[in-house]
Design a protein around this ligand. Structure first.
Ligand code: FES
Length: 188
C-alpha cells in the first residue's frame, strides 16, 4: 500500500496534536469496525475556529486525515468548516489507497461534531440568559396577558403550560407557534 508524500508528512509530523482543556466544542468519533477514534477540540472566536487540536488513536491514514482537517479548519468560519468533507481531505492529502479512504471520515466527522457541540452549548447559554431575563423581568401570558409568576412556565389564570420560544426567548403556549416571532420551536 503506497501513501502520498502529503499523507506521510502529516502522519509523521501531525499538526495541532493535543488537547484544549477549556475547549468551546469537542467532537469525538469512533470507527465501529476498527475501533479507531479521533477527538477534536475547538476554540471559537467571532464565529471562526481560532484554535484546534486533536488526538487520534488509530491508523496512519486517520492521523494524517485529522492533522489535515485541523489545518483546513483553522481560521475558517463555522459554516465554512462545516462544509469540509472527507473527500476534500482525501484530495488535499493527494489521495488515499481505496481501502483507507474511510479513515478520512473520522477527521471530518469529529470536526462537525465539535462544531455541533459548540452550537449546542451556545444555545444552552442563550436559554439560560432567557430564563434569567424571565426571572428578572415581568412577562405576560400570551393568551390572557396576565403577568407570569417567577416560575413562569405555567399561567395560573389560563391554567396553560408555557415554554420559552427557542427563537425569541419569550413565553408561548407549549407546542404552539410563538405569537411574538411565529417560530414553532420551543424549549423549556
Ligand atoms: Fe481505522 Fe483507519 S483503519 S480509521
Amino acid at each position: 500500500m503506497r501513501y502520498s508524500e502529503e499523507v506521510m508528512d502529516h502522519f509523521q509530523n501531525p499538526r495541532n496534536v493535543g488537547v484544549i482543556k477549556d475547549a468551546d466544542g469537542v467532537g469525538k468519533i469512533g470507527n465501529p469496525v476498527c475501533g479507531d477514534t479521533t477527538t477534536l477540540y475547538i476554540k471559537v472566536k467571532d464565529n471562526r475556529i481560532h484554535d484546534i487540536k486533536f488526538q487520534t488513536l488509530g491508523c496512519g491514514a486517520a492521523i494524517a486525515s485529522a492533522s489535515m482537517v485541523s489545518e483546513m479548519a483553522k481560521g475558517k468560519t463555522l459554516e465554512e468548516a462545516m462544509d469540509i468533507s472527507s473527500s476534500q481531505i482525501v484530495e488535499k492529502l493527494g489521495g488515499l489507497p481505496e481501502k483507507k479512504v474511510h479513515c478520512s471520515n473520522l477527521g471530518a466527522e469529529a470536526l462537525h461534531k465539535a462544531i455541533e457541540n459548540y452550537r449546542a452549548k451556545q444555545r444552552g447559554e442563550e436559554r439560560e440568559a432567557d430564563r434569567k431575563m424571565l426571572r428578572d423581568k415581568e412577562f405576560m401570558c400570551p393568551k390572557c396577558n396576565d403577568p407570569l409568576s417567577e416560575s413562569a412556565l405555567f399561567c395560573r389564570s389560563c391554567q396553560i403550560d408555557l415554554e420559552l420560544c427557542e427563537e425569541c426567548g419569550k413565553p408561548k403556549k407549549k407546542g404552539k407557534d410563538c405569537p411574538y416571532c411565529g417560530s414553532t420551536k420551543g424549549e423549556v
